[in-house]
Design a protein around this ligand. Structure first.
Ligand code: ASP
Length: 320
């Protein structure tokens, strides 16, 4: 019984598949000239972003608008957070608007969970520190399922700064749940201890990456690093950068963005036909529509009724 989406751990494989199927139905809506359904008419969605974001904030905004919700966008810069207001007080203030959902991004692991405790609204974790980014993982699974059909047995290498990456954590959980074999790869200083307990293998070099069906590259999360984790970016790139020598024509390439060209990826592979990076961004809108739909319209509006545990309970989206 859940009202929120905080972690991929909240979801079974059936839940994930249901959300992806729902996203497929929204992809059809997105292909129409008028890309709107009335599902959330009269409901309010608050986007609360305490950290920089381009893709996640814009796609949640479009998703809420395409579901006809009223939307409030709050960024920490320019809000009362700048004046020292605490997260709890901000959430209490926003509760005055009786939001149906709060989408929160914050630099602290656990922030979304706290908001979910303070607010009766459905809370969606849009990235909390280095903990999790569940909607990124759902859109990654959606993108890959669209491309490959089934994900059963697909070999995925996640390469780079796994230590500071919330995307890596959510992706390992989501991809393994869908039947993929996940390997994480990076310098030992950037691989968290005991990451294998999430169900992946660990490699410290790219030897063997030729066996992967998909290479998923990660950005160096400099903003989360205290101190130096690699001798130099140049040396890191020499050992771990994915370039056209390391990416075979049969392999697919993914990245959550933003890409640092010339560090984790060479420019030529970003622009290659194997790259799914633009498709990942496109998927963000329909997958986030599906998540808002599941939480708010799949059985009773952000209360204790279980969207993620009632397969097939939700009606099909209707055109506006
Ligand atoms: N956009 C992703 C995130 O917010 C990945 C990144 O920033 O590197 O975690």
């Amino acid at each position: 019984m859940r009202k929120d989406l905080i972690s991929i751990d909240d979801l079974t494989r059936e839940d994930i598949e249901r959300i992806l199927d729902r996203a497929e139905s929204f992809a059809e809506v997105s292909g129409r000239e008028i890309k709107k359904v009335p599902t959330l008419r009269g409901r309010t969605v608050v986007n609360l972003f305490y950290e920089s974001s381009t893709r996640t904030s814009s796609s949640f905004e479009i998703a809420a608008k395409r579901l006809s919700a009223d939307l409030v966008n709050i960024k920490s810069a320019g809000s009362a957070v700048d004046k020292g207001e605490s997260l709890k007080d901000t959430v209490q203030t926003l509760s005055a608007y009786d939001p149906a959902a709060i989408v929160i991004r914050a630099p602290h692991a656990g922030a979304a969970q706290m908001v979910a405790r303070w607010s009766p609204a459905a809370v969606v974790n849009a990235g909390d520190g280095k903990h999790e980014h569940p909607t990124q993982a759902l859109l990654d699974v959606y993108t890959l399922r669209r491309r490959l059909g089934s994900l059963e047995g697909v070999k995925i290498w996640i390469v780079g700064d796994v230590l500071h990456s919330r995307v890596a954590r959510s992706d390992i959980l989501a991809f393994t749940r869908m039947g993929c074999a996940v390997t994480v790869c990076g310098p030992p200083t950037l691989i968290p201890r005991e990451i294998e307990t999430l169900g992946c293998e660990v490699r410290w070099s790219l030897d063997g990456v030729g066996d992967a069906d998909v290479i998923y590259a990660l950005r160096m999360q400099n903003e989360r690093m205290k101190g130096s984790f690699v001798p130099s970016l140049r040396e890191y790139a020499a050992r771990y950068q994915i370039d056209s020598r390391r990416l075979a024509p049969s392999q697919l390439l993914m990245h959550p963005g933003p890409v640092n060209r010339g560090v984790e990826l060479a420019g030529e592979v970003v622009d290659s036909p194997q790259a799914l990076i633009v498709q990942q961004v496109e998927s963000g809108v329909v997958v986030r529509m599906a998540v808002l739909y599941e939480l708010l319209a799949g059985g009773g509006g952000g209360s204790e009724s279980a969207r993620f545990t009632r397969p097939g309970a939700a009606p099909e989206p209707q055109p506006a």
